[in-house]
Design a protein around this ligand. Structure first.
Ligand code: ZN
Length: 672
């Protein structure tokens, strides 16, 4: 951005992401924002709009307990976290006998006390559980053919979601979003390292070998034998790394949308031809299934799959067994005693139990949260606002100069077919059998929950997909997203909090808050990822005419260049390519709500609320890390790069050439 001195000194605070599913990072750095130098009253809107709106709040907010994070999003997070804690305490201090079997309250009550007891001197697993773990491992060690091995992998996958050969599993069928399909995910190193690092050899392969060695010794293998085996095991993983398209796998790991765009559909016959050794039936066996009920699967890296197939031979059987053992133990190690590799719990008592309930029973807790905090009026207001925004998009698309008539028609059809999930689902019907999910120990409960997850996946494969965006995000999450395969937006109850939405605000302030979030999410249907999916959520890159796709790319390249020319903390450039989809969404969301407004007084409220919602502090190191990790631009950029693209900003604030916020008219990139 053309930065003024004021903007440049806005160091300590920065960033965080809105948008799609990222947890705030935790870092040890807590560089405080008690910044000496700073005269926030001296910041002019014309030079640094983000600082003008946020500096005072950010410099005075309390960030002591939040790892340096401050600003509206973390304030909402903290408030919701307190509320969740309150709900859990209310339930666990209530009368257990009054809770229906299988109800949210019963599950929360029982699991809370189970986790509490385990973390305060009790144990996470019983003698029986330990015997079970030992049985599983002896079972793996006694496998004597590849076919038995595949069946054993199927057991591990069904019970624990662990597939030692491929990552599994079942997902939306890209070509038919109403169905599920099997997705053979890439092999990853059993110690959690990346294949790229393993392929470098040296330390990484060494660490892998010693992880395997230690686990084998823990479970009774003679140390010398364990040593020899672990070296052979690491070398097998190395062979797989050599047969892998590392660049492809990296691209998939870095960018979730890429992982969908690069998936290849292969028929069962094609998999049999590519993998003559175990074939499609072999892979399905590792998922606990007897053949593939569909006519094909999605894969990513053909070369890797063929390499794995060629390595699944009797000579390598011992190595594969060790890989299975390491994968299984890593899955259950948290519940095992010290001598089997477990470690002490980091936190004890109530804190531990609360966090466990929040994670393991997120959906159940979410329903309890919505029951207490969902306000019908707010949901209605935001839903009406979202409909107004959809209507405005239709006007914008109709007027867009770079789209063909056919392209406009298709985009409008996709807009009209988009579902809005705002607030929270209705509570599910209580099933008394769910009471059995809470087992005798934490270990047992986790086992039951893993089995439940497996069953849900298989249901997706056999019964198809429900078009329900709520299942993607719980109401207590402070976030919003667009789901390309459902063609839906999710606006959680959590994000419908002040300053995003506040019933005491004006309509225009709320439009600048939650309205820009809605506009942002809708735009994802038409960004570099969303443009690959048709109005039903099917992956279909040619759903609109080629001329429109080319025109889109042309428009997007200007926006990418514009952002790549911006920096934070003076010298650190934004990656315009990495952040493209989010930048398109930011610009689009603001453009859309500005066009709903009728005068500059209303637009001013929109601009100021928009800047306010993205106020955020974060330690400097994290801000720099996020530059290459986060698909969102830093928050200061999300505001200061977007608002000067609109002529009314210059009229309202009297911005002139030479001011920090000034962007020459020819550089004001346009989204639509
Ligand atoms: Zn987004």
């Amino acid at each position: 951005m053309r930065r003024s001195k004021a903007a440049a000194s806005l160091l300590a605070f920065m960033v965080l992401l809105s948008g799609c599913t990222m947890a705030p990072p935790v870092t040890e750095e807590t560089e405080e924002t008690s910044v000496e130098v700073y005269d926030f009253e001296g910041i002019r809107a014309q030079d640094d709009f983000y600082g003008f709106i946020n500096a005072e709040n950010l410099l005075t907010c309390d960030i002591e307990d939040t790892h340096g994070m401050g600003g509206p999003v973390s304030e909402i997070d903290i408030e919701i976290s307190d509320r969740l804690e309150g709900i859990i305490h209310e339930i666990v201090n209530g009368d257990r006998d009054s809770y229906a079997p299988g109800s949210n309250e019963q599950l929360i009550y029982d699991y809370y006390y189970q986790a509490l007891e385990a973390s305060t001197g009790g144990s996470f697993a019983s003698e029986d559980d330990i015997a079970y773990v030992n049985d599983v491992i002896s079972g793996i060690l006694s496998v004597s053919t590849i076919d038995e091995y595949l069946t054993m992998c199927g057991d591990l996958y069904t019970n624990w979601g662990v597939d030692p050969i491929i990552g599994g599993g079942v997902d939306t069928d890209l070509a038919n979003s109403s169905a599920g399909s099997v997705l053979l995910e890439p092999f990853s190193s059993p110690d959690g390292s990346t294949l790229e690092n393993i392929g470098k050899g040296g330390t990484y392969a060494q660490v892998l070998a010693s992880s395997i060695r230690m686990v084998l010794i823990d479970f009774g293998v003679d140390p010398e034998e364990a040593e020899q085996r672990s070296v052979a095991d690491a070398s097998l993983v190395l062979d797989i790394a050599y047969g892998t398209d590392i660049e492809l796998i990296k691209a998939l790991e870095e960018d979730f949308s890429e992982s969908m765009n690069r998936a290849l559909f292969r028929t069962n016959d094609e998999i049999d031809a590519l993998c003559p050794n175990i074939g499609i039936d072999g892979f399905m066996k590792t998922l606990g299934m007897d053949g593939n009920p569909k006519d094909g699967v999605y894969i990513w890296d053909e070369g890797q799959l063929a390499t794995i197939d060629s390595l699944l031979t009797d000579e390598n059987l011992e190595c594969w067994k060790d890989i299975a053992i390491l994968r299984f133990v890593r899955e259950v190690v948290d519940y095992l005693p010290d001598e089997l590799g477990g470690s002490e719990v980091l936190y004890e008592n109530d804190y531990y139990a609360i966090r466990n309930v929040e994670q393991v029973l997120e959906t159940e807790l979410g329903e309890e949260y919505a029951e207490r905090y969902l306000d019908e009026q707010t949901v209605e207001d935001v839903t009406n606002m979202a409909e107004t925004i959809r209507d405005e998009y239709i006007v914008i698309i109709s007027d867009c100069e770079w789209l063909s008539d056919e392209g406009k028609e298709l985009i409008i059809a996709k807009l009209n077919n988009m579902l809005f999930f705002i607030g929270a689902d209705e509570p599910h019907e209580v099933d008394p059998e769910d009471a059995d999910l809470i087992g005798d120990t934490v270990f047992d409960t986790m086992h039951n929950i893993n089995i439940r997850r497996y069953e849900d996946k298989i249901d997706k494969l056999t019964d198809g997909n429900e078009r329900n965006g709520f299942i993607q995000m719980s109401p207590q999450t402070v976030n919003a997203c667009y789901m390309p395969d459902i063609n839906s937006i999710n606006i959680t109850l959590g994000i419908m909090s002040a300053p995003f939405y506040d019933r005491n605000n004006t309509y225009w302030q709320n439009l600048g808050g939650i309205g820009t979030v809605v506009g942002h999410e809708i735009s994802h249907a038409f960004d570099n990822t969303g443009m690959l999916y048709d109005m039903y959520g099917n992956y279909a890159p040619d759903w609109i005419p080629e001329c429109d796709r080319d025109a889109f790319d042309e428009m997007a390249s200007h926006i990418s260049d514009y952002y790549s020319g911006l920096t934070i903390l003076d010298i650190h450039p934004v990656d315009g390519e990495l952040t493209l989809g989010e930048n398109l969404a930011d610009i689009s969301g603001v453009q859309c709500v500005l066009e709903i407004a009728e005068n500059n007084e209303q637009r001013q409220q929109i601009f100021e609320q928009y800047a306010l919602i993205w106020g955020y502090t974060m330690p400097k190191d994290s801000a720099l890390d996020y530059l290459y990790l986060d698909v969102h631009s830093p928050n200061v950029i999300r505001v200061n790069a977007v608002v000067p693209l609109f002529d009314c900003f210059y009229e309202i604030y009297g911005v002139e050439e030479g001011d920090g916020m000034y962007v020459a008219p020819s550089d004001r990139v346009r989204r639509w």
